[in-house]
Structure formats: structure tokens, C-alpha cells
Design a protein around this ligand. Structure first.
Ligand SMILES: Cc1cc2nc3c(=O)[nH]c(=O)nc-3n(C[C@H](O)[C@H](O)[C@H](O)COP(=O)(O)OP(=O)(O)OC[C@H]3O[C@@H](n4cnc5c(N)ncnc54)[C@H](O)[C@@H]3O)c2cc1C
Length: 425
């Protein structure tokens, strides 16, 4: 007969899960990073405080994203694009006008036409829920292959980062020990706060109301952006005779609009949308997001990298915030994969400094650009209006300037990380 083991004096510490990278936050940025790394053979644990399936609920998020050409290439390279549940709408024209509701839009407009840059669309409109379904499907695929470990919902109780390793402790499960923590935990990033990383930011006092509408006439893949004194009003083409709208207004006005009856709301929406698409009918659902801009003073700390909205936030008038987040993903993933394949520490000071160098200037420039556009156009002063109309017309008249701006909107640059050029790592 065998002797029973004596009972332990205290419960044993559960063995930690070991990984190269712990991705905290599985929003569109964190999920893409976890997928890119796992697909390239890096060992990854992805954590989110929410179950990512809740984001698939149609009531969760009314946004539709303008996905730039290079972001589309990244999503294709990491196997996400093929999981979209419906074909996305290509955006082949962008028309920008400056106007007010009483006088109507100015006849001078900035006109970007993809035909001028080889006919490739500037990007695609993808509904947030469709993107979420595709990201979740790809994460599930990699998890089933054993290439990605997912811990969600996870309640993180403590994070410790030392020169040797980072540890993420959570309720009800073993801790995670990783070389690097990628903080993809959004605009209020608890990990950024814990690291004491300061940020500079401001609130626009403006909210964006988003939703979708059906219209009588085809949009022909054209995005319309109208600068009104209260803020920008954008109509963005979705599949069929449907468009998404982003309607920016001062916060008090936005609150009033959100409280309007469906009939009154439809009337106000039609005034902004104009008549170029014929009669419009709002589709059910309105969502409101406060707008602000922030930029962190540094992107990294010991064994920590901030990615996506955790590092930067900007006005949505150029539809670039998430695209910048994916550009962060492309740079960080390339650096990490390179180090791991050589058997080196993927969170050493040099790698983290290189990540910050690669991303800081571009993110900052886009924040400054969108901020300047917002301030310049949300101003009804007649002299300023005249100057900006002339400015838009002059800019529109100069072919090379216009084509340069179109290529920038597509995300094209001289030297791109592999994923943005569509090459898997
Ligand atoms: C009206 C509007 C329109 C926009 N349109 C566009 C557009 O057309 N194109 C574009 O490029 N961008 C657009 N954006 C910006 C885009 O929505 C954001 O940049 C994007 O959602 C940021 O993604 P993220 O993954 O960094 O953060 P989030 O989407 O905020 O995800 C953060 C994740 O972290 C998780 N999390 C948070 N805290 C913790 C924690 N403590 N532990 C674990 N998990 C945690 C959250 O649950 C969440 O899943 C728009 C924004 C707005 C407001």
C-alpha cells in the first residue's frame, strides 16, 4: 500500500504560461498584432478584458472603417481579409467641399480620383462588425492550430516588468511570463498609465455620430466629405446603395441630435447629406463618440511597447487612426519576428527604440495634419473661408500635389515594412 502524500501547506503556485509576447487588448490593432506574430511562429498569448465575440454584436459598434490600400495588404498577408463575411466596398473617388447649411456646398472642391494613380482604389470601406468577425475567425484558426493562445475575458490583477522578464497576473489562472508586453489596450490604456508614460492631448468638444443610410442613387464608390462649421460630415460608400456617415457636431448639438425622434433625425441628416444620392433613409442605430487627439511622450518602457490608440488618437476626418495602428503593428511585428528568429531578446532597448523611431514622426504628423484641418475648416469666419476655398482650389489644380496626397491616403511610402506591402513575415 502506498503512503499518501502529505497535504501541501499552501496551494502551489501555478506554472506560468511562457511566451515571447503578451498582447494585452484584442481590439482591431491588438488582434492584428497577435495574428501577425503567431502566424510568423512567435509564441504569443493574447488577452482581453472582454470576450472578443461580444464585439460581433450588431449593436456594439456602428462604425465603418476606411481601410487604406496598405492596410488591406496587411490584412490579406495575415489571413484576415479572406474571412470578411461580405465583399468590402472599394473607394475610388473622394470629393471634399466646404460649405454651410444655409448656402449649400462651395462649388470648389478637392477631387481625388483613383484613375489618376493607376486605378487602384484608395482603400475599402469595411464595417467594424465585419472586420471583427474576420479577426475573430483568424484568431480562432490560429488557436486551433496551437499557434496562438487566447485568454479572454481576462481580469489582469498585476503587471510586473523587470530587466529580465515581464509577468502578467490575472484572476483565476496562471500568470503569463513574456519577453515583451504589447499594450494594445486602447485610448485609456491602463498599461500606459501604470508605466507612468505621459501624453499630450486635447478634447475637441465635438462628438462624431455614426450610422448608415440607404439611398436612391448609386454612390459609384465615391466618398463625400463636407466641411461644415460644426464639423465634418462624411458619407462613405458601403456595398449596394448604402453609405456610412460620420457626422461631427459640437457636443451639445450632438446630444440634442441623439435625442431626436427618427423623423426629425432623418430630416437633419438629409440636410447634411445633400441630394446627390437622391432620397435617403437612415438605417436603424446611431452611435456617438467623443473626439480628441492624444500622443504619448514615449512609445516604450522596460519590456513594454504601446501600439495603436494606446499611443495615439486623432480626429477621424481623414479616416487614418486605425490605419496608423496597423502601421505600428507592421513595424513592431517585423522587428520582433526578426529578433525571435535569431534567438535574441525581442524587447531589448535597441529593438524598442527602433520601434519608436519608426512610428513616432508619422503618427505625430498625421495628428498635426488632422488637427490643422479640423481647426481650419470648423470656422465660419468669412475671410478664413475665402482663404481655405482658394487654398483647396489651388491644391486641386496642381496635379503632382494632388497625386502625392492620394498616394499618402493609400498609405504608400518609399520604404514599407513587409506586411504593408502584402508580404507575410
Ligand atoms: C467615429 C470614428 C470613426 C473612425 N473611423 C476610422 C476610419 O475610418 N479609419 C481608421 O483608420 N480609423 C477610424 N477610427 C479610429 C479607430 O476606431 C481606432 O483607431 C481603433 O478602434 C483603435 O483600435 P485599438 O485596437 O488600438 O483600440 P480599441 O479598439 O479601443 O481596443 C482596445 C482593446 O483593449 C481592451 N482592453 C482595454 N483595457 C484592457 C485591460 N485592462 N485588459 C485587457 N484588455 C483591455 C478592450 O477590451 C479592447 O478590446 C474612427 C474612430 C471614431 C471614433
Amino acid at each position: 500500500m502506498s503512503t499518501p502524500h502529505p497535504a501541501p501547506l499552501s496551494a502551489p503556485h501555478p506554472a506560468p504560461l511562457r511566451a515571447d509576447v503578451a498582447v494585452v487588448g484584442l481590439g482591431p490593432v491588438g488582434a492584428a498584432l497577435a495574428i501577425a506574430l503567431a502566424q510568423a511562429g512567435v509564441s504569443v498569448v493574447g488577452l482581453d478584458r472582454a470576450d472578443p465575440r461580444v464585439f460581433e454584436d450588431p449593436g456594439f459598434d456602428g462604425r465603418a472603417y476606411a481601410v487604406a490600400l496598405t492596410s488591406q495588404k496587411l490584412l490579406a498577408a495575415i489571413g484576415v481579409w479572406r474571412h470578411l463575411p461580405a465583399p468590402p466596398q472599394a473607394m475610388v473617388e473622394i470629393r471634399t467641399t466646404d460649405g454651410d447649411l444655409a448656402r449649400g456646398p462651395s462649388p470648389l472642391f478637392l477631387h481625388f480620383d483613383a484613375a489618376e494613380v493607376g486605378g487602384t482604389p484608395f482603400g475599402w470601406m469595411v464595417e467594424a462588425r465585419h472586420l471583427r468577425l474576420a479577426l475573430n475567425a483568424r484568431m480562432a484558426e490560429l488557436a486551433a492550430e496551437g499557434a496562438l493562445r487566447l485568454v479572454a475575458p481576462a481580469a489582469i490583477t498585476r503587471v510586473e516588468r523587470t530587466a529580465a522578464a515581464a509577468t502578467v497576473e490575472r484572476a483565476g489562472g496562471p500568470p503569463i511570463r513574456a519577453a515583451l508586453i504589447a499594450a494594445c489596450d486602447g485610448r485609456d490604456s491602463p498599461l500606459r498609465k501604470q508605466a507612468g508614460i505621459a501624453e499630450t492631448g486635447w478634447d475637441y468638444g465635438v462628438d462624431a455620430i455614426v450610422g448608415a443610410l440607404a439611398h436612391e442613387l448609386p454612390h459609384r464608390g465615391t466618398a463625400q466629405e463636407r466641411f461644415l462649421p460644426g464639423g465634418v460630415f462624411a458619407l462613405l460608400p458601403l456595398a449596394g446603395n448604402h453609405s456610412a456617415y460620420v457626422w461631427c457636431e459640437r457636443r451639445s448639438v450632438a446630444a440634442t441630435l441623439m435625442g431626436l425622434s427618427d423623423t426629425a433625425y432623418a430630416r437633419e441628416l438629409a440636410r447634411r447629406a445633400g441630394d446627390h444620392l437622391g432620397a435617403i433613409t437612415p438605417l436603424p442605430g446611431r452611435w456617438r463618440y467623443p473626439l480628441g487627439a492624444t500622443h504619448v511622450h514615449r512609445y516604450t518602457d522596460t519590456r513594454l511597447a504601446l501600439v495603436g490608440d494606446a499611443a495615439h488618437r486623432l480626429h477621424p476626418l481623414a479616416g487614418q487612426a486605425l490605419n496608423l495602428g496597423w502601421r505600428d503593428v507592421a513595424s513592431l511585428a517585423e522587428a520582433v519576428v526578426g529578433r525571435v528568429r535569431l534567438g535574441l531578446d525581442c524587447a531589448d532597448a535597441e529593438t524598442l527604440a527602433a520601434y519608436q523611431r519608426a512610428r513616432r514622426a508619422e503618427n505625430l504628423a498625421m495628428i498635426a495634419f488632422t488637427d490643422a484641418m479640423h481647426r481650419l475648416f470648423s470656422n465660419a469666419s468669412p475671410p478664413l473661408r475665402l482663404v481655405r476655398r482658394l487654398g483647396l482650389a489651388a491644391f486641386n489644380a496642381v496635379g503632382p500635389l494632388r497625386r502625392g496626397a492620394m498616394r499618402a491616403a493609400m498609405g504608400e511610402r518609399a520604404r514599407l515594412p513587409a506586411l504593408l506591402a502584402g508580404r507575410p513575415l
